[in-house]
Design a protein around this ligand. Structure first.
Ligand SMILES: C[S@@+](CC[C@H](N)C(=O)[O-])C[C@H]1O[C@@H](n2cnc3c(N)ncnc32)[C@H](O)[C@@H]1O
Length: 233
């Protein structure tokens, strides 16, 4: 996609989200926050206007966060958001770069988040990107993957999701120059990398899903996450 892609949307993004989905997307982004062991270093990819970043900083004020977003305007909106809330940006490294070009430190992050981000990419892009993200995680690190999806089951749910995806990809393609034209299920690539899905929750008849992936050596103490495979209206 063009690097300036989401700049034009940044200012309106939060209002758009509120009008179209209310609190649903934020619930999906934060699905694993409660059960998450204290992370020292967090990598937030395609963070956008900073709602998950804010929630993470409130819960883990000592965590060091690295935020990567290709949109300078999105980063500004996130920074203004934290400032308005009186949340310190001291522990945050902001990288206004394309994720395909950014250098990610190896074996560093206890938590990686990609909210509504992986669904921006084509299969070829994901095949290159996901191994790089995985390589940036510490052993036993968590990766929250939240995206719009096409559910596997239920004819009506699939049909509805396909219609919504068509509209969304047409809109984002026209406004941001997004190269992806359809959702690509990242599961096969993540599994091939050796990641394990500890938790999967779906929302809105399967239109949205929120996963917690972990390296297989994850400690037993994370059982709580695997119990959070749930569906929400
Ligand atoms: C669909 S928005 C999601 C924003 C936010 N994470 C959310 O949960 O609503 C995608 C975000 O990823 C960023 N983005 C898209 N492609 C990117 C790329 N190649 N490199 C870095 N950031 C990118 C956009 O600027 C935007 O902020």
């Amino acid at each position: 996609m063009r690097l300036q892609g989401f700049d034009g949307l940044a200012r309106w993004y939060r209002a758009m989200e509120f009008l179209l989905a209310g609190s649903l997307l934020q619930r999906a982004r934060m699905q694993y926050l409660e059960g998450m062991p204290l992370p020292r270093k967090i990598l937030l990819l395609g963070e956008g206007p900073g709602r998950l970043l804010e929630a993470l900083l409130l819960r883990f004020p000592t965590a060091q966060c690295t935020v990567v977003d290709a949109s300078q305007k999105m980063i500004q909106v996130a920074q203004q958001r934290l400032k308005r809330r009186g949340i310190s940006c001291d522990g945050i490294t902001w990288l206004n770069q394309d994720v395909h070009e950014v250098r990610l430190a190896a074996h560093t992050y206890d938590l990686v988040t990609t909210p509504f981000f992986l669904d921006c990419f084509t299969e070829t892009e994901l095949q290159r990107l996901l191994p790089r993200i995985a390589a940036s995680m510490r052993p036993e690190g968590h990766w929250w993957v939240t995206d719009f999806q096409i559910p596997e089951e239920g004819a009506w749910s699939r049909w509805r999701a396909q219609g919504i995806h068509r509209l969304m990809y047409a809109f984002f393609g026209a406004v941001t120059g997004l190269s992806a034209t359809r959702w690509v299920n990242p599961d096969p690539i993540l599994r091939e990398l050796g990641m394990q899905c500890l938790g999967r929750s779906t929302f809105q008849a399967g239109l949205i899903r929120s996963d917690c992936w972990v390296w297989p050596r994850g400690p037993e103490g994370h059982q709580a996450l695997s119990e959070s495979n749930r569906s929400f209206k």
